[in-house]
Design a protein around this ligand. Structure first.
Ligand code: ADP
Length: 278
């Protein structure tokens, strides 16, 4: 894993302006550095600013204050916008809203066509991308006939074809059934391991965060906690105070402690308690 920061968020604030003038600061002086190849989970209650941060990272919005750099490119620099968007792939909540092509392979090719990639190279990259999400056998299928999890895998293939540095999953598993959720999370971890792609998984499922390298907790437009899952979930009382759920295993450990039942250190060392929540 290289240590070059791929995301640098420096004192970033964001205010939506509307018909009634400027609103409140939905991001308030956020500082973050994310190293290349990190699997990051972002959690926080509704309205804490997670999606706004994702849109700033994709250069869909520019910061109202501060500076945001992706792969050393300043998102305020209009000349870099397309390169930033190619580097930062977004997967959204509703798989149906992301389907454009009439076949799976057309859908995956869409972004490459926009970039003007020559047909021969396009074919190679579409096949590689479909293989990376284990959907090669569906190349000629109609996307709307696929399951929710399969549609999200096709959307991820469309992003992978562009060879991104970062994939942002903005509640990408929220509309899926348990099987689809499992498939998509397994795929995200596999792409992270084998392709070294940086993943930012915005989620409201605490169990999805356990295998991350890092968990960022947003609250009221600020970073409330930032660390490994172990460090962040030790702050049980802080998380509960802002109404955030924690993984089942963490909750169980606290309930047992409250009931005076101590978990044997050997079980903790073997990670058995954490295993229970998978
Ligand atoms: P999260 O993803 O954590 O739910 P968001 O980034 O979507 O949070 O929203 C943060 C805040 O910004 C919320 O108060 C929300 O109402 C507000 N907001 C989001 N989108 C808009 C918009 N297009 N116009 C005005 N306010 C918005």
């Amino acid at each position: 894993m290289s240590s070059a920061p791929i995301v640098q968020v420096d004192g970033v604030s964001y205010v939506y302006s509307g018909e009634q003038g400027e609103g409140a600061k939905v991001l308030d002086h956020v500082d973050l550095v994310i190293e290349q190849g990190t699997f990051v989970s972002v959690i926080g209650h509704n309205g804490s600013g997670k999606s706004t941060l994702a849109k700033l990272l994709n250069a869909l919005f520019v910061p109202t204050g501060g500076v945001l750099r992706i792969c050393q490119m300043d998102t305020r620099d209009t000349a870099s916008i397309w390169e930033i968007r190619r580097n930062v792939g977004m997967i959204f909540q509703n798989p149906d809203n992301q389907i454009i092509g009439t076949t799976v392979e057309d859908d995956v090719a869409f972004g490459l066509e926009n970039l003007g990639v020559p047909p021969d190279e396009m074919r190679i990259r579409v096949n590689e991308a479909l293989a990376s999400v284990q959907m090669e056998s569906f190349a000629l299928s109609q996307p709307h006939k696929l399951s929710g999890g399969q549609k999200q895998r096709v959307a991820i293939a469309g992003v992978m074809a562009l060879k991104p540095s970062v994939i942002i999953m903005d509640e990408a598993t929220a509309m899926l059934d348990p099987q689809g959720r499992k498939e998509v999370m397994a795929l995200a971890h596999q792409l992270h391991r084998t392709n070294g792609v940086t993943i930012l998984n915005i989620t409201h499922f605490p169990e999805e965060t356990i295998d991350s390298d890092r968990v960022i907790v947003m609250s009221g437009g600020k970073v409330l906690l930032d660390g490994t899952p172990g460090q962040v979930y030790q702050e049980y009382e802080t998380l509960r105070a802002v109404g955030l759920d924690v993984p089942f295993a963490v909750r169980m450990q606290h309930r047992l402690a409250e009931a005076g039942v101590t978990v044997s250190p050997s079980l903790r060392q073997e990670g058995m308690v954490e295993e229970l929540c998978r």
